[in-house]
Write a protein that binds this ligand. Sequence first.
Ligand code: SF4
Length: 99
Amino acid sequence: MDDSMTWMAAAACRGSDPAMFQDTDAAPQDGDSGHAAALRVCAACPVRARCLDWALSTRQPQGIWGGRTTADRLALLRAAQPPASRRPAARAAGPRHAA
Ligand code: SF4
C-alpha cells in the first residue's frame, strides 16, 4: 500500500466479505435488497470521501466504493465532464502520421 492509500487502514469494510461490495447480479443476496448492506457499511465509514475520490480517480470499473455503485460513479464522471462543445478538438493524426 503506497502513501496515497493509507486511508484504507481506517475503512469500515476491512474484514468484510468482498463479495458484498460487488454490484453485479452475481452478488450474494442475504435477504437484503440489492446492495443495501454494503451501502450501510459505507454510510458509517470514516474514509468514505477518500474512498470515493480514489475510485473515481482510478476509474474503478466495478464494485461499491465510497458508498456509490458502479452506475452512480459513471454518472458522477459524466457529470464532471465539460460539454462536448467545450472539449479540446480531437487531433486528426498523431505524431506517427506526421510527414
Ligand atoms: S466507503 Fe465503503 S467501500 Fe469505501 S472504504 Fe468505506 S466501507 Fe469500504
